[in-house]
Design a protein around this ligand. Structure first.
Ligand SMILES: [Fe+2]
Length: 330
């Protein structure tokens, strides 16, 4: 292994929006980073929630090596295979892979099934009892335009609520389940393949609506429109109305940042304090878009008063051994 190079003095972190996001420069992520640099990146992630690195030309091996410096890589996904057998931690994010598995025009059909206009926003794997602490996404092939990703700062969204709504939210719990934000019927032959994949390994968890972050003492509005099904203990109508309000709050423009991907762009985000959205404005352009993702294992969330999340079904999501045998990637 190459000796760590001294990059800490070259490290620059420049915020790119008022509440979230920073560009990081002065690093070569293909090389091992000194401990002080890793510590600086982790601190910057707590502050800025998502960090962007540009012109980094990672391959699978160096992507995984960087991830291992930032945390403990999980399996690629609770349901989707990784790049088997060599990189079971790496998920391929490519609509053509999805179309191969779930049928033509998969994304457009999926979009039409959204329960809410904001259902595309999500926290990665929030239906697991210990959603990943962070995700690291790298761009390989991206279109010249279209396919941007948005992130929102869930701490700012929480702090932007009025005091009475913060107090109400502090005591609420929500159920999370994969695809809860979409109307998918098992009787629909187009929905059946993905429902079969989800139901073969179901994950359902109850998380606090307001998640306390231990390192900072911050509180985050921990809701994932794609996977939150309802607020526990409310009537269905009450839950729908309150989630509508809270979803609009978390997706407000001022809490957001938007990234245009270039080949070699890498983004790492705190998956405890952000939600993100793929713009899906490229599906009609018939262009290639392929990114690779590694998630880092997360803790079980705790509520404002210290109560932990509960798994209603499903095992904790950790390394590749935690997901058992899955179909291989097409
Ligand atoms: Fe995601």
């Amino acid at each position: 292994m190459t000796a760590p190079h001294s990059t800490t003095t070259n490290l620059r972190i420049d915020p790119v929006a008022g509440h979230i996001g920073a560009d990081v420069s002065g690093l070569d992520l293909t090389q091992p980073l000194p401990p002080a640099t890793v510590a600086a990146l982790k601190a910057a992630l707590l502050t800025h929630k998502v960090l962007f690195f540009h012109n980094q030309h990672l391959d699978h091996a160096t992507h995984l090596a960087f991830a291992r410096q930032m945390g403990e890589p999980t399996a690629a996904d609770p349901h989707e295979p990784g790049i088997e057998p060599q990189y079971p931690q790496i998920l391929t994010v490519d609509p053509r892979v999805d179309e191969h598995r779930y049928g033509k025009d998969f994304e457009e059909r999926f979009r039409r099934c959204r329960r809410h206009y904001l259902s595309g926003w999500h926290i990665d794997n929030s239906a697991t009892v210990n959603p990943p602490a962070a995700s690291i996404l790298r761009a390989d092939v991206v279109p010249a335009y279209g396919g941007d990703t948005h992130w929102t700062n869930l701490v700012a969204a929480y702090e932007g609520l009025s005091p009475p709504l913060r107090q109400l939210s502090d005591g609420l719990w929500a159920q999370h389940q994969f695809l809860a934000g979409f109307h998918l019927s098992p009787h629909d032959p187009q929905a059946a393949p993905i429902l079969a994949v989800i139901n073969a390994r179901p994950h359902v968890a109850e998380h606090p609506v307001v998640r306390l972050i231990g390192e900072t003492g911050q509180k985050a509005l921990f809701l994932s429109p794609s996977t939150t099904s309802h607020i526990v203990g409310l009537t269905a109508a009450e839950s729908t109305h309150l989630l509508d309000l809270l979803y609009e709050q978390l997706a407000r423009d001022e809490y957001r940042v938007r990234l245009r991907w270039r080949p070699g762009t890498v983004a790492i985000w705190d998956n405890r304090t952000t939600a993100h959205l793929a713009a899906l404005d490229h599906a009609h352009l018939d262009v290639d878009r392929r990114l690779y993702r590694i998630t880092l294992a997360g803790d079980v969330p705790i509520s404002a008063n210290g109560s932990p999340s509960r798994a209603l079904t499903g095992q904790p999501f950790t390394g590749p051994d935690s997901v058992g045998n899955r179909p291989t990637q097409p």
